[in-house]
Design a binder for this molecule. Structure first.
Ligand SMILES: [Zn+2]
Ligand SMILES: [Zn+2]
Length: 347
């Protein structure tokens, strides 16, 4: 038997039981150690995600140990290996063939299809999970399982930053020092660029500063003026929006350099924010507004390299660990403003 968490309705998470499925030829059975709670998960727990149905057995930031292996699984993966999970993809459709595996439509859709237990969702918060081996990535055993769970969020950051084309010595502003803001900032630094963050919550400001990041406290300073002075009146080369709100969007337009500035819309907001911008201004200033969402298998592998080589330290982004039986409490902590990732322990 296995146990897994289910959202039956807003504000209600339960632990249900089911059978461990058979392992297919191209699959592995993973004894899952942890699964971290993503914004997508706790957003639904809060009742803020109308497009995500119930009952939802969600979760997608899982990690664990391979305990069974199908006969066609590549040699690199073996029983006992520590692994983290990427997005499923078929490998054969047109999107997959050009490397855009996140656009693959030939796989399970967690918001539309029911899983083997009869629920929506990826069954992430499950004690055992069956996964197609092509979406399973081997991880360095020196890293904790909770940290391995950052493979997916970090992959989305890698994907976004490629689109933003960050280069060394640029000055990049990251608006918002939540989990995704800090991950963006760390990877921008790894790319050799300079990072300035803006944030209003004391807890996040202190935590980000402890991680060696420069943060403008927007309660004390006007962030637009401050960015302007730090960049000697030039403005930021690029701005990453790691929060989804209209005010931040508008600030980004003002903070970015006059000509050829780039803005990455990393975060969604619910209800949907807007951008108050005159399109002539985008034209004359030659601005780039870039969207990003999800990650391809290549991004997942690059994310794994960053984690496995310890180029990025995500240990301080684990707010706390909560056992599966206390899933309700885990969601409460995860959805408390200012908290980083809550890692649900599954064994
Ligand atoms: Zn996630
Ligand atoms: Zn495909």
């Amino acid at each position: 038997m296995r146990k897994f968490a289910v959202l039956t309705r807003a504000k209600n998470a339960e632990v249900h039981e089911g059978n461990i499925p058979e392992v297919g030829d191209n699959q592995v059975l993973i004894k899952q150690e942890t699964c971290n709670i993503c914004t997508t998960d706790y957003g639904q727990w809060l009742g803020l995600r109308e497009h995500q149905p119930y009952p939802m057995a969600g979760g997608h930031e899982g990690s664990g140990v391979i305990v069974r292996k199908g006969k066609n699984v590549r040699e690199e993966l073996n029983i006992g290996d520590h692994v983290a999970l990427a997005y499923d993809y078929c490998g054969e459709c047109k999107s997959c063939q050009i490397g855009k595996t996140s656009e693959c439509k030939e796989v399970f859709n967690p918001f539309k299809d029911k899983n083997e237990e009869g629920y929506y969702g990826h069954l992430g918060f499950a004690t055992y999970a069956i996964k197609n081996a092509n979406a399973v990535i081997k991880m360095n055993e020196e890293i904790s399982f909770s940290e391995m769970g950052f493979l997916e969020p970090l992959a989305t950051v890698v994907s976004g930053l490629k689109k933003l084309r960050v280069s060394a010595m640029e000055k990049i502003v990251v608006i918002g020092a939540g989990t995704m803001g800090v991950l963006n900032a760390q990877v921008v630094k790894a790319f050799g660029a300079e990072v300035i963050m803006t944030e209003m919550m004391d807890k996040k400001i202190e935590a980000a500063r402890k991680m060696g990041l420069d943060v403008i406290d927007i309660k004390e300073h006007n962030p637009i003026e401050k960015v302007n002075s730090i960049t000697n009146g030039k403005g930021a080369d690029a701005v990453i929006l790691a929060v989804g709100n209209t005010k931040a969007n508008d600030q980004a337009i003002e903070m970015v350099k006059e000509i050829d500035g780039r803005i990455l819309l990393f975060a969604a907001g619910h209800p949907a924010p807007s951008i108050n911008v005159d399109s002539n201004l985008i034209h004359y200033r030659k601005l780039e507004l870039l969207g990003t969402y999800g990650a391809n298998i290549k991004d997942f592998n690059e994310s794994a390299t960053l984690l496995n080589n310890k180029n990025i330290d995500v240990s301080k982004l684990v707010e706390t660990k909560v056992p599966l039986n206390d899933i309700q409490k885990a969601y409460e902590i995860a959805s408390t403003e200012g908290n980083y990732r809550v890692s649900v322990t599954l064994q």
